[in-house]
Write a protein that binds this ligand. Structure first.
Ligand code: SF4
Length: 96
C-alpha cells in the first residue's frame, strides 16, 4: 500500500523559486475594504498566502503560492491582479 502522507508533508516536497523582484499577486486594498472580501481570501487559500491585517487590509506572502487560481475564481472583480510568476520562478511540484 502506498501512503501519500499528510497535506503539509506533501506540500513540503514542492520547490519554490522566488522572484524577489516582483510579486505576481497585487491586492487593491480599497477594493478589499469596499467588498469586505478579506476573510474570504484568507479562508480559501490553502497555502496561507493571504493574511488579514489589523487595519482591515490583506497582506500577501506570494512566495508560498501554489498557482492554483482559486483566489482568482472567488475574489470580487477588481480586488486581485494576478499573473503567473516570471519565467523560471514559482512553484515546482514534486511527485511521490
Ligand atoms: Fe493561494 Fe492558489 Fe491564490 Fe496562490 S493561486 S494565492 S495558492 S488561492
Amino acid at each position: 500500500m502506498v501512503t501519500l502522507g499528510s497535506v503539509p508533508e506533501r506540500l513540503a516536497r514542492n520547490r519554490y523559486e522566488l522572484d524577489e523582484g516582483e510579486s505576481h499577486i497585487q491586492v487593491d486594498q480599497d477594493a478589499v475594504r469596499r467588498t469586505g472580501c478579506g476573510p474570504l481570501l484568507v479562508a480559501i487559500c490553502s497555502a496561507h498566502v493571504y493574511r488579514l491585517e489589523d487595519d482591515g487590509s490583506v497582506g500577501v506572502e506570494y512566495a508560498a503560492c501554489l498557482e492554483c487560481g482559486t483566489c482568482l475564481a472567488v475574489a470580487p472583480p477588481g480586488v486581485l491582479s494576478w499573473h503567473y510568476p516570471r519565467g523560471g520562478c514559482g512553484v515546482a511540484f514534486r511527485e511521490g
